[in-house]
Design a protein around this ligand. Structure first.
Ligand code: F6P
Length: 334
């Protein structure tokens, strides 16, 4: 039973927890789960503020159960986050190690994305403080897990925004290019496009999507004299939505185009129930892993089950757009 504590195979006494990289809705739920699981198991918990930057500066706060009360429904991360260039250097990691040692922190849980895990991997290889990761990014582009914290909320945010754009697009008979986040990954774009019935979807994982867009603009749009939504992943090789709209305007001056870049709105908001539950599952599992002497790993979810993935595997960016999604989108676009 959880409330009796896991069987402890280490002599851990105090763990640290931090959030790193781009924030994502559900990170607070994960922190809460880490803190409370640790406390139930008689561990002390330290919050490391501002990600690796705070780890190098010793920006630490003790966390009690009441400190994580009332945060499960809040977006962002109450510990704050950063993208740290200094932690990518051996000197930065050495500084961080000494800060952890001085504060008697025996192990660390890192909640973040691919960049954060690259840092965690390097740190784990150099120093003897165990690290366990939890995937948190709206991009859902981490290898070895079906799911990353924040993706579900971001997907719903995008769908809501596109539904609104469809109303105005239809009223004016315009084509909207909607740019969604996903630096190297098109999962948010393809799934939001399918959910909204987009006329075309441009993602980094597919190279002939610009041609498909052109076909749609030439044949379908002129034939039906209708409106349309084109979802563009920010990382698409043809450029962002602005660039693609410019190209399309030159080729089709008769069509009325507009561009909408959804931007950081996608990173905020109250997490969905799915994000809260999955973040909680992974938060609990991360502490359980440390208690079982597992480290140098990321906790992931495959088919809803907790899995442990070595950092070295997690940092290999996956190509997460399943081919059947691309096929579905083209099939229904008649
Ligand atoms: O990694 C998550 C993400 O939101 C990407 O989708 C986006 O490209 C990037 O972060 C933007 O990062 P920032 O504004 O934090 O520099």
């Amino acid at each position: 039973m959880l409330n009796k504590g896991y069987h402890m195979k280490t002599n851990l006494q105090k763990i640290g927890v931090l959030t790193s990289g781009g924030d994502s809705p559900g990170m607070n739920a994960a922190i809460r789960a880490v803190v409370r699981t640790a406390l139930v198991n008689k561990l002390k918990v330290t919050g490391i503020r501002r990600g690796y930057e705070g780890m190098m500066d010793g920006d630490f706060i003790p966390l009690r159960s009441s400190d994580v009360s009332g945060i499960i429904h809040q977006g962002g991360t109450f510990l704050k986050t950063s993208r740290s260039a200094a932690f990518y250097t051996p000197e930065g990691r050495e500084k961080a190690y000494h800060q952890l040692k001085n504060a008697d922190i025996d192990a660390v849980v890192v909640i973040g994305g691919e960049g954060s895990f690259k840092g965690a991997l390097a740190f784990s290889q150099e120093w003897d403080i165990p690290v366990v990761g939890i995937p948190g990014t709206i991009d859902n582009d981490i290898n070895g897990t079906d799911y990353t914290i924040g993706y579900d909320t971001a997907l719903n945010t995008v769908v809501e925004a596109i539904d609104k754009l469809k109303d105005t697009a239809r009223s004016h008979g315009r084509i909207f290019f909607v740019e969604v986040m996903g630096r190297k990954a098109g999962l948010l774009a393809i799934n939001s496009g399918i959910a909204c019935g987009a006329e075309a979807i441009l993602i980094p994982e597919s190279d002939d999507d610009l041609k498909q867009l052109d076909d749609f603009l030439r044949k379908e749009y002129k034939k039906k004299e209708t409106s349309g939504i084109v979802v563009v992943a920010e990382g698409d090789e043809a450029g962002g939505a602005m660039k693609i709209a410019e190209i399309s305007r030159t080729k089709h001056p008769e069509i009325d185009f507009r561009v909408s870049i959804l931007g950081h709105i996608q990173r905020g908001g109250s997490p969905t129930a799915i994000d809260r539950v999955n973040a909680t599952k992974m938060g609990v599992a991360s502490v359980k892993a440390l208690l079982n002497n597992l480290h140098g790993i990321m906790i992931g979810l495959i088919n809803g089950n907790v899995v442990e993935v070595p950092f070295a595997q997690a940092v290999k960016l996956s190509s997460p757009v399943p081919p059947d999604l691309l096929e579905i989108q083209q099939l229904l676009n008649i």
